[in-house]
Write a protein that binds this ligand. Structure first.
Ligand SMILES: Nc1ncnc2c1ncn2[C@@H]1O[C@H](COP(=O)(O)OP(=O)(O)OP(=O)(O)O)[C@@H](O)[C@H]1O
Ligand SMILES: [Mg+2]
Length: 294
């Protein structure tokens, strides 16, 4: 059981590996010391179920997402990973026939109550999607979008915040001479960083990422992973990935999901990432990470 099945670098090595990344990047990689005790939960679900019409897509999900850490969600296609993320920030409320039961709390406050304020939830719980989805407007307006919706800012404060957000994702210098050009004119990797800057601009507590690098080349992928490490500590990140090396490289904790009876997604195991990959508690996790199914 102690055999290392994946090229899971130890966490110090990971930091070194990223520091040696040949990219001309200014991104400093945060220290990635493995916490032994699970920090307090930022986001928690209890008996969370999600339905598309009569179809039960998530069954009784109980998860405690650790504050200021990166948690990866892995599992076979169709097991409900995207549904879980989309339920957490209520994007799925827009899907006809969708409903979620059970509890979702952020810092102990219920987010799944009747009187919820979805706009403010989405400000606190941002999301990054598989395909970069900048709005069809300028780079500046993309990043300013949420700020304009949520706050009355002077022009100079707005500029400062947009600049700070673009700087945080290592993009400001690349785009400062074309802030008023369409964000759609950027490369895929740059577009994804604009989307991350847009999410960060409003000061979220949590960012949900649904396969955020699967449409990107390896260099753009490394940049996003380095940014994730840099943001951890300040922001709680919950990331879905099909790439187990990525989960191993970037996350502190990992959750494994699987379809149970009648296709409903269930949470099988939640552990420190190194434990989940090196000594999974559940046979089904072991089968999945060793490629025996899924
Ligand atoms: N809008 C929808 N309407 C009806 N059913 C849906 C909808 N979105 C997802 N489902 C169903 O819910 C289940 C979970 O889908 P989901 O997209 O959450 O899986 P996933 O784990 O993200 O898969 P993948 O790894 O392929 O992205 C699947 O059976 C899917 O067909
Ligand atoms: Mg998905």
């Amino acid at each position: 059981m102690s055999e290392l099945r994946l090229p899971l670098p130890d966490l110090d090595a990971r930091t070194t590996e990223m520091a040696q990344d040949p990219l001309p990047t200014r991104i400093a990689v945060a220290s990635a010391e493995a916490p032994d005790a699970i920090p307090d939960a930022k986001l928690t679900t209890r008996r969370l179920c999600a339905f598309y019409g009569d179809f039960l897509a998530l069954r009784d999900i109980d998860i405690d997402v650790p504050d200021g850490r990166i948690t990866a969600i892995i599992g076979p296609s169709g097991c409900g990973k995207s549904t879980l993320l989309r339920t957490l920030n209520h994007i799925n409320d827009m899907v006809p026939g969708f409903r979620a039961t059970g509890s979702i709390t952020l810092d102990g406050a219920e987010l799944n109550g009747e009187a919820r304020d979805t706009l403010s939830i989405r400000r606190r719980v941002g999301m990054l999607f598989q395909r970069p989805n900048p709005f069809p407007m300028s780079i500046f307006d993309n990043v300013a979008y949420g700020l304009r919706l949520s706050e009355r800012l002077s022009t100079s404060d707005l500029h400062d915040l947009v600049r700070a957000s673009l700087t945080r994702v290592g993009l400001f210098e690349e785009v400062e001479d074309r802030l008023h050009r369409s964000a759609l004119s950027l490369s895929g990797g740059q577009q994804q960083r604009v989307c991350l800057a847009r999410a960060l601009a409003v000061g979220p507590d949590v960012i949900l990422m649904d396969e955020p690098t699967s449409a990107l080349d390896p260099i753009a992928t490394l940049r996003i992973e380095a940014l994730m490490r840099e943001l951890s500590g300040e922001v709680t990140i919950l990331v879905v990935t099909h790439n187990m090396q990525q989960a191993a490289r970037v996350s502190d904790y990992s959750a494994f999901m699987l379809m149970g009876e009648e296709g409903a997604g269930e949470l099988i195991e939640f552990s420190l990432t190194r434990d989940l990959f090196n000594q999974p508690k559940d046979r089904r996790t072991e089968d999945y990470i060793t490629g025996r199914f899924g």
